[in-house]
Design a binder for this molecule. Structure first.
Ligand code: ADP
Ligand code: ADP
Ligand code: MG
Length: 668
């Protein structure tokens, strides 16, 4: 076994490989770009080498520099992860030439499977079933059109060198073919530097079922069962599970045998995935066809780990070190059901636009490392990290395992409800909607699922305005109470010096202005009115986080996790999550008046209380004082950071508009 390896990747997969190495007492070397100097994967490894600029072409795709880093640090092997150089035959060969072990298949196997058209010809010879289509070298547009006509529409044009869901065009009828071909070739040329395409039958509502294979250098090849990856957007996987729902033992054996035959045909060594497209008829009959082989570890390998109890990275390391496969086919079995969700920085409601920003909060559900834990999280980011535009938007993977699919599904939904990201948009709520959709819940899986269920997936709101407002109001009162015992609003014992009061709050929810009124009743109760919803508001602290509470309002009792990011409040409940903008109509006026370090009254009225004492260090936005005007109460917030130097009025005093209330000094 190796003493030290270099991990030529970043993000969750680099962290995941490092974790197995740590368990096996193998030292690890990270490589990193400018943007990743402080990234999680650097900390996860024993050593780290800076290899260049932030763009992948200036760092993670620089094979020569990475090989030099391995040689300089005394690493014996390179794990490429997925993406980047993982399927680059030239890089695999360069590693071998430099005396390093490439933890992956031989360069020749990568080459043989690298182009979809050539690999399909090879598979045809190995007796693996193919989608009817044209995979030839002649790329004459007239010939391609004739082939498409012969296959029958709709057809799919695919860039032979394509990957990651790019370089594909569906053509519905003959007159559209020429334009689609030209556009596919343009994308193929710019993305993959190779204009060759293949044309095949476009299978309607297919399933994507793939088989994990493993070979060793002693000629053994096994399969580790299948994964269903049918839930896709833009031909990219969103949710993956194992085993595939509805799979029969007979079909599993046939597909497994076909996958092993595919691997044997290219003398495969290491971890690989043979992807099949599966056509399903109304009677439930399934026909499978070879689509492509990915000659690397797959993003969704953890679901296979969960149902087999194996660590596939450990297998990769053992095989690369020359050991035989740890288990034979007859030793392998499936236990339970596993589902993986890809947590991506993106906005599903805006065509899945990738999102960037600073992750203020990244709270994860309780989880365990590796294989057969009920909940596993593989992540490469931490709270405080910046999500940059340079790399893949996948932040983390959530993997759950259960005795049955229903149990795994329930666990996944719960785990997603406990994953809280603030500062960068994610697809977490969208994933919950997919899980809860009738198609997914009933395992009616196919690649059209997201389109079919779009009415319940997009533009959904499961928290609702009254609860969102109630959470913000409760949180404001809690913050004030924590700041100052003299604040009368922290008292819920009925004490009131001057009768019933109303305090007004303003918000923006889904672009609409919203007002809420909080009434302090004589008996110490709080009555909240939001639109048509009026009722008593109550809460108690809960959860580990300081911002957790159990909230009661409008007939609901909900556990709420609350995060404030600038003016945006993030509210998480078991049902879902939402955001609401908290508006303090006087904050701006105050800020203008306070430029000289003075905090002045924005309107005439009575000073109810100061929320701070002399000497207190305050931060921008923190409530400093409460004023009453026209029977309404207004919180006056700090216009900036500072130290309270002097309080210039006493509670109960009448103050004129513009009167200076307190003096703030800059922080030392
Ligand atoms: P899977 O491992 O399930 O096939 P993807 O298809 O999403 O997952 O690919 C894994 C990663 O590799 C993703 O980060 C994707 O962007 C990247 N990737 C896959 N193929 C290519 C390619 N040909 N060129 C560039 N990146 C690719
Ligand atoms: P990539 O290298 O980008 O992963 P694939 O050949 O694996 O390309 O195809 C990606 C996805 O496109 C598949 O998972 C499937 O959803 C869809 N797809 C591929 N071939 C077909 C086909 N012949 N008919 C219908 N859908 C297809
Ligand atoms: Mg694929």
């Amino acid at each position: 076994m190796f003493d030290k390896i270099l991990i030529a990747n970043r993000g969750e997969i680099a962290c995941r490989v490092a974790a197995t190495c740590a368990r096996l007492a193998i030292k690890t070397v990270a490589v990193y770009s400018d943007a990743d100097a402080g990234a999680a994967h650097v900390g996860a490894c024993d050593e780290a080498v800076h290899i260049g600029g932030s763009a992948p072409k200036d760092s993670y795709l620089l094979g020569e520099r990475i090989i030099q880093a391995a040689l300089d640090t005394g690493a014996q092997a390179i794990h490429p992860g997925y993406g980047f150089l993982s399927e680059n035959a030239g890089f695999a060969q360069a590693c071998a030439d430099a005396g390093l072990v490439f933890i992956g298949p031989p360069a020749a196997a990568i080459q043989a499977m690298g182009l979809k058209a050539e690999s399909k010809q090879l598979m045809a010879r190995a007796g693996v079933p193919l989608v009817p289509g044209y995979h030839g070298a002649d790329q004459d547009p007239a010939l391609l059109q004739r082939e498409a006509d012969a296959i029958g529409y709709p057809v799919l044009i695919k860039a032979s060198a394509g990957g990651g869901g790019k370089g594909m065009r569906v053509v519905d009828s003959a007159p559209d073919f020429a334009a689609a071909l030209a556009s596919c070739q343009r994308e193929a040329s710019s993305s993959f530097g190779n204009t060759a395409v293949l044309v095949e039958k476009y299978v309607q509502r297919p399933r994507h079922i793939e088989v994990q294979v493993f070979g060793d250098s002693h000629g053994n090849v096994v399969h580790l069962f299948e994964r269903d990856c049918s839930v896709q957007r833009r031909h990219q996987k969103v949710l993956e599970e194992a085993p595939a729902p509805g799979m029969t033992e007979a079909l599993r054996q046939q597909m497994g045998a076909a996958a092993v035959a595919a691997a044997r045909a290219v003398h495969y060594v290491g971890a690989g995935t043979v992807e099949f497209i599966v056509e399903q008829d109304d009677a439930g009959r399934m026909d499978f066809f070879f689509m492509e082989m990915n000659t690397r570890l797959q993003v969704e390998h953890p679901v296979t780990e969960a149902i087999t109890g194996l660590d596939l990275v450990e297998w990769q390391l053992r095989v690369a070190a020359g050991e035989p496969l740890p288990l034979a086919q007859s030793d392998l079995q499936i236990t339970g059901h596993a589902i993986e969700a890809r947590i991506c920085a993106e906005t599903p409601d805006q065509q899945f636009l990738p999102a960037t920003g600073s992750l203020q909060v990244f709270a994860l559900p309780a989880h365990v490392a590796f294989t057969r834990g009920a909940v596993r999280v593989d992540t490469g980011v931490r709270a405080g990290d910046v999500v940059s535009p340079f790399y893949d938007p996948m932040l983390a993977k959530l993997i759950v395992h259960g005795a049955t699919r229903a149990q795994a599904l329930a666990r996944m939904d719960q785990a997603l409800s406990q994953l809280h990201a603030v500062g960068v948009a994610t697809n977490v709520q969208f994933l919950r909607h997919v899980l809860q959709s009738p198609s997914f819940a009933q395992a009616q899986l196919d690649t059209a699922l997201i389109g079919r269920e779009s009415a319940v997936l997009f533009q959904q709101e499961r928290v609702g305005l009254p609860l969102a407002v109630a959470a913000c109001v409760a949180q404001t009162l809690r913050a004030e109470a924590a700041l100052q015992t003299a604040d009368p609003f922290s008292r819920r014992d009925g004490w009131r010096a001057y009768g019933e009061l109303v305090r007004r709050f303003a918000f923006e929810f889904h672009g609409e202005a919203v007002e809420a009124n909080l009434r302090y009743l004589h008996d110490g109760l709080l009555q909240l009115a939001v639109g048509d919803t009026t009722g008593p508001l109550q809460w108690e602290a809960s959860g580990e986080g300081a911002d957790g509470m159990v909230l009661q309002f409008a007939g609901q009792r909900q556990t709420v996790d609350f995060y404030q990011n600038g003016p945006v409040a993030h509210i998480h409940t078991a049902q879902g999550a939402t955001q609401i903008i908290v508006i303090n109509p006087f904050a701006q006026a105050t800020a203008v008046h306070a430029t000289a370090g003075r905090l002045t009254a924005p309107m005439p009225g009575r000073l109810v209380a100061f929320a701070v004492q002399v000497g207190a260090t305050v931060t921008q936005g923190q409530p400093l004082a409460v004023m009453e005007a026209m029977k309404m109460e207004h919180t006056i917030a700090a216009p900036g950071d500072g130290i309270v130097a002097e309080l210039l009025f006493a509670p109960g005093d009448q103050v004129a508009e513009g009167a200076e209330l307190l003096r703030l000094e800059a922080n030392a």
